[in-house]
Design a protein around this ligand. Sequence first.
Ligand code: TRP
Length: 438
Amino acid sequence: MTRKRVLTGINTTGTLHIGNYVGAIRPAIQDSRKPDVDSFFFLADLHALIKCQDPARIERSRMQIAATWLAAGLDPDHVTFYRQSDIPEIPLLCWMFDCVMSKGLLNRAHAYKAAVDAATAAGRDPDADVSMGLFSYPVLMAADILMFNAHEVPVGHDQLQHLEMARDAAARFNNLYAPADEPFFVMPQATGGSAIEVLPGLDGRKMSKSYNNVIPLFEGGRAALDAAIARIVTDSKQPGEPKDPDSTSLTVIYDAFATPEEQAAFRAELRDGLGWGEAKKRLAEKIDAEIGPMRARYENLMAHPAEVEEIMQQGARKARAISGPFMDRLRHACGLRSFTELSGAVKAEKKAQKKARATFKQYREKDGKFYFKLISADGEELFLSTAFESGRDAGVWVGRLKNEGETALADAPVTLCEGVSREAVVAALESFREDEEA
Ligand code: TRP
């Protein structure tokens, strides 16, 4: 059974919140346990350098996110779990794609356009805030995906365009360098899309660090969880007053951790007057029942960075066992080959020339006599013979001209065609003898 390769990456610029857990981490880990799925999980720490040039923050974030995946139940023996920056084949593939993808396509990337629009609106140079890294973001992402030939990439809406661009990179590279029946890259599909759960934050907008409306996943422990939940926006109805369960994100967040029966019961209680304060306590309990044990594992991993480092090193070896040999093939395809292959290349070139060499034509005219002529590689007639009584006699001369070249030409019964130089004829005859040697 060839398993479906599913690949997921997370940028390592910050810490994770409940929205990341519900929308990405939890479903990805669940998927990775299916027998027909071959999962790749990685920390997009090269991407992180685009947005964040604070080394301490990068260091902390990649450690935290690694520990988060592991604490949430990812099994590194069962999946391939690695840091992007440990796989040198990825940035090399990114460069190969940089060289075949058109700038015009990348000009349309949302993140780049947003940066240009913001600078323009502020009356500054359009590219004032655009690094080459930001511009090339989708190309590096294409390399992430195609390096392991992922079939499926579960992503949110904001990443669909990047998947399109990855497909473009795959198609261009295949067209340029792969035999038609043996493409290097499969076309990756975005999965999830709108189906990927987008959890609302404290204020009802999408949970996102930039809105400052998140519930942290592990950072700050149970206390931070309770504190964030206390800030969930509700109306000011008092305990005992009937409440609209859909008037707040509290219930939606609850839903993400509850069974359908529990969801219905919770809503019924709110309609019956359950106080918001009590409802928030229930939500905190519900979330903590699931993530509390994970938080304990997380804290233990954070206290033992060498263990996590060892897991990442193992993951890198596992990933490079795939990316290394694949990159060898890609390098070869582009012409980045060992010089020892060059003798083969020279032979191939000679063979190609051989196809394009001059040719002799032997024929019989209406007069019943036999003739031959020499035609150059580009189809020009170089000389015509005189008439022969027998085809055999004509053939003898053709043989001599092929074998002896210029020597035979001296007394061969042929007339050069108009405008043809003796040197051209000698060169054409020479090519027959080179073929012999090759
Ligand atoms: N761009 C993704 C994000 O912002 C992270 C990412 C980088 C990624 N490379 C990837 C996701 C490859 C999936 C596949 O969320």
